[in-house]
Write a protein that binds this ligand. Structure first.
Ligand code: LLP
Length: 466
């Protein structure tokens, strides 16, 4: 079949529009003999019947496996470099008490960036010493709470925050471990990275200010400086940006050793995942070896010890383990004029969710893929755009993919790789209730985050009489 001229250049017509490419789908995703997709041994048709749609489905075994694999990769690379490594799961990608427990059981620490995320991690029973707190504008209350519960590390993000954390720690009679977030001037996005002397953004402090501010931190009895922190971006495929950023940090790290110990270095997260078959992320083992190897080589060249290393992946732990399940409601073949005065048809397939449960196309023009989940079909593939039900033309979940041409109202559609930054970015736009999150494992399904009801939607409206 020839490709539709409306399709983006990276999208090819699949040889089999029923296939579930392993790179994009959760590890346990399969198509049963009757064509129904199952994840974690649970058929998506059964999930839709029991919990309704839209629904977020998360493959528990896959999250646990990705967490363990990530920790093992960094631990092995660190061991080879004569040091140790800690992996923090960046909770902003998707945090619930269940997920917090899964990653903690896999040996990961958890990075939070608000009092709310902190509350979830604590409610999960994760030891506060294994938690970190980020944020470019932490409130005094957030800092106070973090110090009071005995948080492992607070990442200081501005000059003003030094005194704020020091005061809170002194008040609670604690010596608070802190890192300093540095802006390395390296900014990476997918395949590209940009390196500038100064970056125009709100996070961190410029490299040139580090020595002065670390001296200030060291001057506070109530603070223990553990090292520098840097996060260069998100959904990054290459290794170059991480290496460049690490090199820049180590130059300053080495100078800081003259004034006292610098036991750690935190290089952040940002490891990319495959949203479509066109994405080819670097394996975590290769990334770990490259980043840790760069650090080790830089340390050797400077004659300094290799620090304990820390990393903060979010998306690469949960993104690929999640799938969004929708019911198809309306289809519309739309004829579109092309520049050469011919026309092509795009099938608009509207589902029962949209930008409220997946804001990533609306926010970032993020690409996703889609598959028919309730049956397989041998029909010739057609180009589809999966739209939501919101009152906005930009309400798109999957901009372009091919589905079997007999796709029809009532079919279940599944969008893979929605485990990260979908539930966590969800809204109640147009008063659509947020979908539930269901974990599947070994043939069993359970709700880990309850979906919202109409009652929930009305519950904050003070004009509603009970
Ligand atoms: N550490 C820090 C300090 C961060 O700011 C972030 C992400 C991470 C770690 C985790 O990055 P990850 O490994 O998940 O890429 N909403 C956007 C992503 C925003 C990322 C913000 N910071 C999206 O949906 O693509």
């Amino acid at each position: 079949m020839v490709s539709n001229p409306l399709a983006p250049s990276w999208l090819t017509v699949p040889a089999d529009a029923n296939e579930l490419p392993a790179r994009v789908w959760p590890a346990t995703a399969r198509r049963d003999d009757d064509g129904v997709v199952a994840i974690g041994g649970v058929r998506l048709t059964d999930l839709a019947a029991e919990f309704g749609t839209p629904l977020y489905v998360i493959d528990e075994a896959d999250v646990r496996a990705r967490a363990s694999r990530t920790l093992a990769a960094f631990a092995a690379a660190a061991r080879a470099a004569g040091t140790t490594a800690t992996v923090y799961y960046a909770g902003k990608a998707f945090l619930s008490t269940e997920v917090a427990r899964w990653v903690a059981e896999a040996g990961l620490n958890i990075d939070t960036c608000s009092a709310g995320e902190l509350a979830v991690a604590l409610a999960a029973g994760v030891d506060a010493a294994r938690l970190g707190l980020h944020g470019n504008n932490k409130s005094l209350a957030e800092i106070d709470r973090a110090v009071a519960v005995g948080l492992g590390t607070i990442v200081i993000d501005s000059e003003q925050e030094i005194a704020r954390v020091a005061d809170a720690a002194a008040r609670h009679g604690r010596r608070q471990r802190v890192r300093l977030r540095v802006n390395s001037g390296v900014h990476a996005h997918t395949h590209e990275f940009l390196a500038t002397a100064r970056e125009d953004q709100k996070f961190g402090i410029p490299l040139g200010d580090v020595e002065r501010l670390v001296a200030e931190i060291r001057g506070h009895e109530s603070l223990e400086f553990v090292g520098l922190h840097c996060h260069i971006g998100s959904q990054i495929f290459g290794v170059g940006g991480f290496g460049e950023s690490a090199s820049r940090l180590l130059e300053v790290h080495a100078r800081l050793l003259a004034g006292g110990p610098v036991p750690e270095l935190n290089l952040g997260g940002g490891f990319g995942i495959a949203y479509t078959v066109a994405d080819d992320p670097t394996d975590i083992e290769v990334l770990a070896e490259h980043i840790v190897g760069t650090v080790a080589a830089q340390c050797a060249a400077r004659g300094i010890p290799v620090p304990h290393l820390a990393f903060e992946p979010g998306r690469s732990i949960v993104g690929g383990a999640g799938v969004s399940l929708y019911e198809l409601g309306t289809t519309k073949p739309v004829e579109v004029s092309l520049d050469d005065e011919t026309a092509a048809t795009r099938l608009y397939a509207s589902v029962d969710g949209g930008m409220s449960d997946n804001a990533r196309y609306a926010l970032y023009q993020a690409a996703y893929s889609v598959r028919l989940a309730s049956r397989a079909s041998a029909a010739e593939p057609v180009l589809v755009r999966i739209a939501g039900k919101h009152c906005e033309s930009g309400d798109i979940v999957v901009d372009a993919d091919y589905l079997p041409g007999d796709v029809a109202p009532g079919d279940l559609l599944a969008v893979p790789a929605t485990g990260a930054y979908c539930w966590s970015l969800s809204s109640r736009y147009n008063y659509l209730p947020r979908p539930a999150v269901v974990a599947v494992r070994d043939g069993a399904a359970r709700v880990i985050v309850r979906g919202e009801t109409e009652e929930d939607l009305l519950s904050h409206d003070t004009g509603v009489t009970p």
